[in-house]
Design a binder for this molecule. Structure first.
Ligand code: TRP
Length: 454
């Protein structure tokens, strides 16, 4: 047996609210503001959004809760937690792999997440230097083109962001994570709402709402279904052991179902809000909604070009976006760091350095995907596209499905409503069917369907 793998972590959040803030901080991030609008844009808008909402409610939410439940029972890193639960429940040892694979998947996500978040750091400096004041849409698109062609610059910003992530994790749960999320998560949500209101006065809101909520089912393909599911997993931050880790610090008294519902609601609300803002700008300036990862970087600055006091607002906005990314990336790094401290008796700071360095190096693949697309292309796809697709659209749903199957079918303790924090017998019935049947079957079906050629 390895050194300290038998001792549970005694770390706890200072309160239930602290957990909700940390989990919301993890959920709300680039997935909502950067990814959701561009993925919805590539799949035609309204019908995709509907599919996304179904995925969050019927599949994402129960898996989110199941992940917290496993974490709270195991009280260790995902690897340690799965190892312990497998022993406790006497199931096939292969189940342990859910912990490993989750951490590995998280790692891949962290690597490109940090690169994109690095772009946000760059945009903070652009806003501060007044680059957006009175700029035309073509200037703003050119700015994005310049940044993503410059590998050196991207490496610099990526390094800064990874260092920020490292520092919080090195400081620990109470002194790092909790301190960061306490102020910034409420601030971020407030500012996003303010921005939507400002846009409403500029007249773009209606166009955004129309695009986002008018369904056109002819635009949906098998790939859209897979993308909607992948997006739901990415946005909630499930399947990679991050929420399992945060669940390990949750007090036994907190209601898992209720806290999960609150976090899922906030996450979905922010994604829709960001979608309305981005597509509002797209319709206001007659831009193309299907332009991939650059969408937000080419549209959001436009919101600030014509307004008075725009530079301040722009700086504030990109700083808050940066904070959103920061409170998410820490949740992805935390599990692997705790795993190193458990199984290799490393100090937290040393473990965080090792993991941040590996994530940083892996991130270079994404950087060169953008700066040097010709050389890096593999069968017409960039490494970034392949990493993102495999990690987010395939691995997260698969691991999430395994998590909910484990909780529902293998963990005897999960058979009572109390453990989930459910009181109503009707809701419990529903929950039971959702976690036992609908959720795993839907996840499996969507995974298979997504690979089916259209
Ligand atoms: N949910 C975050 C976002 O939307 C990203 C994230 C945090 C994540 N933790 C995760 C993604 C775990 C996958 C797995 O930006």
């Amino acid at each position: 047996m390895l050194p300290s793998s038998n001792s549970s972590s005694s770390t706890r959040w200072s309160s239930r609210v602290a957990f909700i803030l940390a989990a919301t901080g993890s959920a709300v991030g680039l997935g909502n503001v950067w990814k959701f609008p561009y993925v919805a844009g590539e799949h035609g808008g309204g019908a995709f959004v509907l599919l996304y909402l179904l995925c969050v409610l019927l599949v994402g939410l129960p898996i989110f809760a199941a992940e917290i439940l496993l974490g709270r029972r195991g009280r260790r890193s995902p690897v340690g937690t799965m190892r312990r639960l497998v022993e406790e429940c006497g199931v096939f040892p292969r189940w342990r792999q859910v912990g490993w694979l989750g951490m590995a998947t998280g790692f891949v996500i962290l690597s490109y997440y940090s690169v994109i978040a690095g772009w946000i750091v760059a945009y903070v400096t652009y806003a501060a230097r007044g680059f957006f004041d009175g700029a035309a849409p073509s200037d703003i698109a050119a700015l994005f083109g310049e940044l993503t062609a410059d590998a050196g610059a991207m490496i610099l910003w990526h390094t800064i962001f990874m260092a920020l992530t490292y520092e919080v994790i090195a400081r620990g749960v109470g002194g790092g994570i909790e301190r960061l999320v306490k102020y910034f998560v409420p601030l971020l949500i407030g500012l996003l709402i303010a921005l939507a209101v400002v846009l409403a006065f500029e007249g773009g809101l209606l166009g955004g709402l129309r695009y986002l909520f008018k369904p056109d089912f002819s635009q949906l393909t098998g790939a859209s279904v897979l993308a909607a599911m992948g997006q739901a997993f990415f946005s909630l931050g499930i399947g990679a052991g991050a929420i399992m880790m945060y669940g390990a610090y949750l007090s036994s008294a907190a209601s898992i179902a209720k806290t999960s519902a609150v976090v899922a609601l906030m996450d979905t609300g922010v994604a829709l809000l960001a979608g309305v803002v981005v597509f509002g700008l797209v319709s206001l300036f007659a831009l193309d909604p299907a332009q991939g990862p650059g969408l937000v970087f080419k549209t959001l600055p436009l919101a600030f070009t014509q307004m008075t006091g725009a530079s301040y607002l722009a700086v504030m906005f990109f700083v808050l976006l940066l904070l959103a990314a920061w409170t998410s990336s820490i949740s992805i790094l935390e599990p692997s760091v705790v795993w190193l401290t458990e199984d290799f008796s490393m100090s937290r700071r040393a473990a965080a350095s090792v993991m941040a360095l590996i994530g940083w190096a892996l991130g270079l693949l994404t950087i060169f995907s953008f700066s040097d697309p010709q050389t890096m292309s593999i069968f017409g796809y960039s490494p970034f596209e392949l990493l993102d697709f495999t990690a987010a659209n395939v691995m997260l749903p698969m691991l999430g499905m395994l998590v909910v199957v484990f909780a529902a079918w293998k963990l005897p303790a999960a058979r009572t409503p109390e453990i989930w924090g459910l009181r109503s017998p009707v809701v419990w019935r529903l929950w039971f069917y959702l976690t036992h049947y609908l959720c795993p079957v839907a996840a499996a079906a969507i995974l298979l369907h997504g690979f089916w050629p259209d």
